[in-house]
Design a protein around this ligand. Structure first.
Ligand SMILES: Cc1cc2nc3c(=O)[nH]c(=O)nc-3n(C[C@H](O)[C@H](O)[C@H](O)COP(=O)(O)O)c2cc1C
Length: 230
């Protein structure tokens, strides 16, 4: 099994799955992770298994998956999107380390047509498909990959700094450059001065705040330094 740091290097979005159910061992490892995350974060993440209809009946860009994580949280949480990004990416990296494919999926479902139960004071923010990756790559998959797979922007694109930056900061930024983001927009920037770090996205709170939490997760896994503090 890979470390989470190694998982950052091999992770990419997979949009084609065999539909093979998770093994009992995989499921129990992922359930334990979900329990730990829910306890720590206050989110209500659910692992939904053997439920291919969600991906069959909705246009998500993902095919053949039968399991996914429903990332659910409190409507009143003002940091909900960032929190979902931060903890969701821990799930993505852990599943990647286990050899499973993943893909973040934006859902925009109302609580009424959610594929799983959501309490009145909660909302389903996002879904992460998980499962065995299908070998065969369809034309649609190639199109999505060609259009959306992250480009390798120079590291300097992702941060501003006052003064010299240490090697660990650069290592963190390399991990941030490999983070998934909505439509590969890579909107997250970091700021560094004298060992103080700030991560931000410009503009009003929107889906980019999920990207923010994801980038913070990558930075922390690579450097061991805390950035997410909500
Ligand atoms: C918040 C978020 C939402 C996403 N939504 C979708 C989606 O609905 N469908 C999809 O095929 N990919 C989705 N993606 C995957 C991105 O397109 C992908 O991460 C990006 O293109 C970079 O490619 P990579 O993950 O292979 O590095 C999403 C990613 C994020 C972070």
């Amino acid at each position: 099994m890979l470390t989470l740091k190694e998982a950052i290097d091999v992770r990419k979005s997979h949009r084609n799955y065999t539909g093979t159910p998770l093994t009992a061992e995989q499921a129990s490892e992922l359930e334990a992770l979900v329990a730990r995350i829910n306890e720590e974060s206050g989110l209500s993440v659910k692992l939904i298994q053997n439920s291919p209809s969600f991906f069959k009946n909705s246009f998500t860009g993902v095919q053949g998956a039968s399991s996914y994580f429903a990332l659910i949280g409190q409507k009143k949480d003002i940091y909900l999107l960032e929190r979902v990004g931060y903890y969701g990416e821990q799930i993505v990296l852990s599943a990647t380390a286990m050899g499973l494919g993943t893909c973040w999926v934006s859902v925009y479902l109302s609580n009424d047509n959610s594929p799983c139960e959501v309490a009145d004071d909660e909302t389903l923010v996002m879904v992460i498909a998980v499962g065995e990756v299908a070998e065969e790559i369809t034309f649609d998959d190639e199109f999505a990959r060609n259009r959306q797979h992250r480009s390798s922007r120079p590291i300097g694109y992702f941060y501003d700094a006052i003064g010299e930056v240490p090697a660990w900061f650069i290592e963190g930024m390399e991990a941030v450059a490999k983070a998934p983001s909505h439509q590969n927009t890579q909107p997250v920037k970091f700021f560094y001065k004298q060992d103080k770090i700030l991560a931000y996205v410009d503009g009003v709170p929107a889906i980019q705040n999920v990207d923010l939490g994801i980038a913070e997760c990558h930075f922390e896994v690579a450097t061991g330094k805390k950035v997410f503090n909500k």
